[in-house]
Structures are given as structure tokens and as C-alpha cells.
Design a protein around this ligand. Structure first.
Ligand code: COD
Length: 276
């Protein structure tokens, strides 16, 4: 049995996601909502908290092992992440925590991972290496054994005046020994579109077949994420990784389908550690 702790979960959108998740996973999962008051009903446990302790009580429940996944309800992302980062919980597994989104697009025959469009604001080279490493680990946990990791920039030709190009080149140089192909700078079309690759006669270790997109800043990632959601018919979900437990980040505007995908993504990351 996997228990999912949800701070700020007492609202209709989260209750709908819980109902759908219960239909999908049955008795394999169990939910505990942490909130000030519960004004609905559903198949979950409820823990009443003061407004100041909603987040901390839920985070404590994953730190003590009572719950195995933390899922954001209607609380501020920044406040939740600041709580998770507190040393007293000992939740960090890697030096740097990062956000990985899983994207399903009707145009693609495979899921694409996108990082970091949710946590690290403007990573330096060392941080981007860790972000890419976290994504490789996540990809491998969900069954992509040797992921192709594209470091995005505006163009594939190195430009020393373009910060994302410089970042991508340095990260590529530092990550040649991984069980993955890490390559950049690369533009989005060359990372994902075989037609663009053919049209531009591009040859390289990643040519339209990327599994993971690494963006240079949170702003690039957030704009890409929301464009795909608004205009690309994408269904996507995301988690914070590098922690001892997956942390599902959903936003209020996510569809119930996206919330469910986020949860499935987190469950897959638990893999063999899934609690019976
Ligand atoms: N991994 C591990 N440790 C970290 C990380 C990280 N990703 N980020 C910060 N820390 C550590 C620092 O080393 C330090 O010890 C402590 O945490 C505080 O660090 P600060 O002062 O740099 O950072 P904070 O506390 O002001 O903010 C950290 C956040 C992750 C909350 C911040 O980066 C943030 O707000 N990110 C954007 C989140 C967001 O709004 N996402 C939604 C929109 S897409």
C-alpha cells in the first residue's frame, strides 16, 4: 500500500483526482489530506491542521515514512519547496533537488521528460549537471534505460555570446561518461522532430529522438510547458526528484487527467519500493 499525503487537499479538484486515482489503482493506494477543515466527502483520511501547520504536518508524514508520496494540494509551491528543503526532515537524497515533468503529446510515440521547469530558477553549470543527472535517474526508473538528453538552446551551432549555448556546451563536456547520451546546444526542433533534422541535414548524437529536454532556466521551461499544455494538447504531470520520496507538483489549472498522470509518474518512480 502506498500512502499519499496531500497538504491543502480539501477542495473539489483534488477530491476528483483522488476518486479517479482510486478507480485506477484500487487498494494499492491510500490518501491522507492535511487541511484546515474538510467540507466534502471521499475515500481518504483527513487530518485537521491550523493554517500554519498544514504543510509542515504533511511533510513530516513523508519524512517519518508514514506516507510514501507527497502531493501538493492548494498551497503555494514556493512554501512547500521551502519546507521540503529544511534539513530537519532529512528528505534530500541528492545534493540538488529538481523538477521533472512527464509529457504525453499526441504527435509523439513516446513520453518526453522536461527539466527543470519548476524548481531551480537559473542553474549554473554544476547545477545543470545535477539536474540532468536527476532526470537520467528518473528516466531509468520509468524504464528508459539509456535516455537521450538534449540540452536546449536556440540553435545547434555554438554561440559564445548566448548563455544557454555556453551552458549546454560545458554540461555536454562534463557528462560524457554517463549511461545516457547527453548533448547540446540543441534547438527544440532538432531535439524532437525527424522532419526538422532531415530538412536541416543535421547529424549529431541526438537527432529528433530526445527522451529528455533540459532547459537552461525555469522561465524557458515554464513557457514551454504551458505552450504545450495550451496549444499542443499535451497531458503532463510533474514531480520533484532527488528527494527520498517523489513530490507531486500539480497546479490548480491542471486537468484531472494531468493530476492523475503526475501521480502515475510518481508511482512508477517508487517502482520496486512500492509498498504492499
Ligand atoms: N536543491 C537542494 N537544496 C536547495 C535547492 C535545491 N534545488 N534550492 C535551494 N536549496 C537550499 C540552499 O542551498 C539553501 O541551503 C536553502 O535551500 C535555501 O536556499 P535559497 O535561499 O537559495 O532558496 P529559497 O529558500 O529562497 O528558495 C528555494 C526555492 C526552491 C523555493 C526557490 O528556488 C523557488 O521558489 N523556486 C521556484 C519555485 C516555483 O515557484 N515554482 C513554480 C513556478 S514554475
Amino acid at each position: 500500500m502506498t500512502t499519499i499525503a496531500i497538504p491543502g487537499g480539501a477542495n473539489p479538484e483534488i477530491r476528483e483526482a483522488i476518486t479517479k486515482a482510486k478507480q485506477k489503482f484500487g487498494s494499492k493506494i491510500d490518501f491522507t489530506i492535511y487541511d484546515v477543515e474538510d467540507n466534502g466527502a471521499g475515500d481518504y483520511h483527513f487530518v485537521a491542521c491550523s493554517p500554519e501547520t498544514v504543510i509542515s504536518t504533511a511533510v513530516k508524514s513523508v519524512a517519518t515514512g508514514e506516507a510514501q508520496i507527497l502531493m501538493k494540494g492548494i498551497v503555494q509551491t514556493h512554501d512547500l519547496l521551502k519546507e521540503v528543503l529544511k534539513k530537519e526532515y532529512d528528505l534530500r537524497q541528492q545534493k540538488l533537488l529538481s523538477h521533472v515533468a512527464m509529457i504525453h503529446l499526441p504527435q509523439m510515440d513516446r513520453p518526453i521528460l522536461l527539466t527543470d521547469s519548476g524548481m531551480n530558477i537559473a542553474p549554473d553549470v554544476e547545477q545543470l549537471v545535477q539536474i540532468a543527472d536527476n532526470a537520467i535517474t528518473t528516466a531509468q526508473k520509468i524504464g528508459i534505460e539509456e535516455p537521450k538528453v538534449a540540452l536546449l538552446s536556440s540553435a545547434e551551432i555554438f554561440n559564445p555570446k548566448m548563455p544557454s549555448s555556453v551552458l549546454a556546451k560545458e554540461v555536454t563536456e562534463q557528462m560524457q561518461d554517463r549511461r545516457a547520451t547527453v548533448y547540446g546546444p540543441l534547438s527544440l526542433d532538432l531535439a524532437l522532430s525527424k522532419e526538422a533534422v532531415a530538412h536541416k541535414h543535421f547529424t549529431g548524437p541526438i537527432a529528433g529522438d530526445a527522451d529528455v529536454l533540459v532547459v537552461p532556466t525555469i522561465d524557458t521551461g515554464n513557457v514551454l510547458y504551458k505552450s504545450l499544455l495550451l496549444f499542443g494538447q499535451a497531458v503532463m504531470g510533474g514531480t520533484i526528484v532527488g528527494t527520498k520520496v517523489p513530490i507531486v507538483l500539480t497546479s490548480r489549472s491542471d486537468s484531472a487527467e494531468s493530476k492523475l498522470l503526475s501521480l502515475e509518474f510518481a508511482m512508477k518512480q517508487l517502482g520496486g519500493e512500492e509498498h504492499e
